[in-house]
Every structure is written in C-alpha cells, then in structure tokens.
Design a protein around this ligand. Structure first.
Ligand SMILES: Cc1cc2nc3c(=O)[nH]c(=O)nc-3n(C[C@H](O)[C@H](O)[C@H](O)COP(=O)(O)OP(=O)(O)OC[C@H]3O[C@@H](n4cnc5c(N)ncnc54)[C@H](O)[C@@H]3O)c2cc1C
Length: 402
C-alpha cells in the first residue's frame, strides 16, 4: 500500500503524469473513481480528439496569471506530444486553425496513454472512491474504498466540473482548500450562451443556422473569427464558445447588475468593409435584408433586420440610420442572459490558484510533495486542442519532479 507517488484522477493529465513518473522509476498508483478510464478523451473532438494545436502559446489560455503556462509549455509542448502520437503510429490530420485530430478514433489516444503507463509499471485502482487525503510525517495518506494508500508525493488531477455525468467532481478543489490553497471560483466555460426571452422570440426559429462572424468580449481580449450558431436556447458555435470563456471571466453574473458585465460584440460581416459596402448600396431600392441575403442565409437576414426595425429600401433611410446599420453590423452587442451551465460546458474556468503553485513543477509552494495538474488548475485553454495540451504539459512536468 506504499508508493512513491499517488495520482488521483486518471484523465489526460493524470495518465501523462503517472506514465512519466513511472518511467523515471517511481512506484506510482493511479486512482480514479470511474469505471471506464479516459471517457472525456473518448468523446472529445466529436470522437476524434483534438489532441493539440500546431501552435500553442500562453496567450491561448485564460488564467489569473497569464504567464503561468509558459514554463510547462516550454518543457513539453505541442511538438513533443505530436512526436509521441507519431511514435505510436496514430494517423492524424489538421482541421482549421492548426487543430490536430486523430484520423480514426480518440480511443487511440487513450490506448497511447495506457501503454505509456504500462511502460512505467503504473498500478491502477479503479473504480475506487477517494474519501480523503491527509498529510503524514513522510508524505500523504489517502483513504479510499480499497483501503488506505500512502505516498511521498500526491498529485491531484481530478479535472474540472464540466459534464458531471462523466465523473466530474469537486474533490480536487476540496483537497486544495484543505491544504490552504486558494481557489479561483470555478465556472462553466467554452459553453453555449442563453439569451433574453425577447431575443429568443426573434431568433428562436433560426435554430440550426450559422454565420461566419468575428466575436469578442472585452476590448482587450482576442477576436474569434469562426462560426456563430443560433440554437433553441440562444447562441453557440465555435465563435460563441470561445468568447463565452471571456464573458464568464468577468466574474459571476448578477442579474440585477447586468450592465456591469461587458456584452459580447459580434462583427456580422467580418470579411467585408461594411462602410464601403453600405455606401455602394446607398441609393438601392432594396432593403437591408434583401442585400444581406447575398451574404447570409435569407432567413437570418430577414429576422435580424426585423429585430433591428429596418425594413424600408436603403435609399429611404436617413444617414443616421445608415450609421446605425454600420455600427450594428460591425459591432452587434449581445448581453447574454447566462450560460447553459456545466451540463453543456467543455471546460471549467478558475480552479486552484496558480499563485500557490510552481509553474516549473506544478508543486504547491506551501505543501511540499503536493502537485496539481490539468484542468483542476486555474488555466483554461481556448477551443482547439489547447486544453489537452495543458493536460499533457502540466502532467509531463509534474511527472519529472514527483
Ligand atoms: C465534450 C467535450 C469535448 C472536449 N473536446 C476537447 C478537444 O477536442 N480538445 C481539447 O483540447 N479539449 C477538449 N475538451 C476538454 C478536455 O477534455 C479537458 O480539458 C481535459 O480532459 C482535462 O484533463 P484532466 O486530466 O485535467 O481532467 P479529466 O480528463 O477530466 O480527468 C479527470 C479524472 O479525474 C477523475 N476524478 C474526478 N473526481 C474524482 C474523484 N473524486 N475521485 C477519483 N477520481 C476522480 C475523473 O473520473 C477523470 O477520470 C473537451 C471536453 C468535453 C467535455
């Protein structure tokens, strides 16, 4: 029952860390309460796992400390994981924006990680409920459904709270708090957004239609030039999922103080000079919806213009109206009513405060031997393979130091 290292959570980060530590000759126990290992990997990327991105930089992550990922990414970056995938003969392809997916199945990534663990003689305890962790004189003692395990180092890799039915739990946050580490309040991120009942009444029937847009939340945050999807409950699609993390990052949503949050701004014609486009149609007998139907699905053009109240031919609109059209097309402001929550989120924003961790090793600064890796940490990647890369990078570095 004694080990050098115990890792709690056999997801992406936990398996990577256990394998590395084992291959260094450490005696490792990997505990997970789930029956099936790697479920989050299996369903990722539509079953093909967007396992990393060609280019991964600290700017692709949200964290209270924007530089925290730098060291781990430098020690084990995207190129290192791609090399591992190639070593296992897993065929992959690049989709848009550098996103790398398996050609066949995400289970190949799970098999890769399990094989790496086998190479490191990692022992498994799963399914095995964890009841608690205590500090002992020489390390840690973990009370579980399979008895008490002891180790010198303890790694917490329990992930976030998204998709609770896949075994998400707050255990990692509880252990962090128990040992005096601060938690940045967790919130659903990369999550579809709900809109007001009025907006839904106008757009609800557009569910399933999408537009290529450029979306942003907060003037200093990045723009995401991807698709926006209308849904039965509001908005989704890659552009919205990306900005949802920044919208959430402004803090908790207080219905009574809605205006305190920045709205989302959407450029609805990101590939067009909107001012020139409107001026070129200034004398047109067509209305805006008819003109927009050349650029968008007709249905979206009609409903969007109806919502704005623009139905006359363009030639009959005042200059003030044209300026308002330009503004609305260039920076359509939407204040979401909320998110669809953890049930529909891909990741969790917030988590164990990076202030309390070494960025080089992922070890707690106040409790030697205690490590936090992966999504349980306050590091949230963009959509596009960045969250797995954080799991690989943080798991790998901790594996070198446990
Ligand atoms: C639908 C979906 C699709 C996604 N697609 C992608 C993608 O294509 N690319 C990408 O980069 N990211 C994707 N993500 C995000 C990515 O899956 C996570 O960021 C990543 O899995 C985090 O790795 P982790 O090891 O920190 O946590 P996880 O992979 O979540 O692993 C945590 C492990 O801890 C275990 N655990 C939790 N609580 C306990 C407990 N109390 N006791 C014991 N064990 C416990 C869990 O069972 C789980 O096995 C997706 C997420 C979702 C939900």
């Amino acid at each position: 029952m004694d080990f050098d290292v115990i890792v709690i959570g056999a997801g992406a980060a936990g398996m990577m860390c256990a394998a590395q530590a084992g291959q260094r000759g450490r005696r490792v126990l990997l505990i997970d309460h789930a029956h099936k290992i790697g479920e989050r990997i299996r369903i990722s990327g539509g079953g093909r796992c967007n396992f990393t991105n060609r280019v991964v930089k600290p700017e692709n992550f949200i964290s209270q400390n924007p530089h925290f990922t730098r060291s781990a990414l430098a020690q084990f970056g995207a190129a290192d994981f791609i090399e591992l995938v190639q070593r296992y003969g897993i065929a992959y392809h690049e989709k848009t924006l550098g996103q790398l997916f398996c050609d066949d199945s995400a289970t190949q990534i799970i098999e890769l990680l399990k094989a790496e663990c086998t190479q490191g003689d990692v022992q498994w305890a799963n399914p095995c409920a964890v009841y608690g962790a205590e500090k002992t004189q020489n390390g840690f003692q973990i009370e579980t459904a399979q008895g008490i395990f002891r180790s010198h180092s303890l790694v917490i890799a329990t992930g976030g709270l998204a998709i609770p039915q896949l075994g998400a739990s707050p255990l990692g946050y509880r252990i962090a708090e128990q040992f005096g580490l601060n938690i940045i309040p967790p919130q659903p991120a990369l999550v579809p957004l709900a809109v007001s009942p009025e907006m839904l009444a106008s757009f609800g029937q557009l569910a399933g239609n999408s537009l290529r847009v450029s979306a942003q939340c907060g003037a200093n945050n990045p723009h995401f030039r991807e698709n926006l999807l209308f849904t039965h409950r509001g908005l989704s699609g890659p552009a919205i999922l990306q900005v949802s993390s920044y919208w959430q990052n402004q803090g908790y949503f207080d219905l009574k103080k809605q205006t305190k949050k920045h709205p989302i701004t959407v450029n609805l014609l990101p590939d067009i000079n909107i001012s020139n486009w409107l001026q070129s149609h200034r004398q047109s007998n067509l209305n805006l919806a008819q003109l927009l139907a050349n650029e968008w699905p007709k249905r979206i053009a009609q409903d969007w213009c109806r919502l704005q109240g623009w139905s006359k031919p363009l030639a009959e609109h005042s200059n003030k109206d044209i300026a308002a059209m330009q503004h609305a097309l260039h920076a359509w402001e939407i204040m979401p009513a909320g998110t669809l929550g953890y049930a529909k989120a891909e990741v969790t924003l917030g988590g164990v405060d990076t202030e309390a961790l070494s960025s080089k090793t992922m070890e707690s600064k106040i409790v030697p031997g205690l490590f936090f890796i992966g999504e349980v940490v306050d590091v949230t990647g963009w959509l596009g393979g960045y969250n797995f890369q954080w799991a690989w990078s943080s798991g790998w570095v901790a594996g070198q130091f446990v």
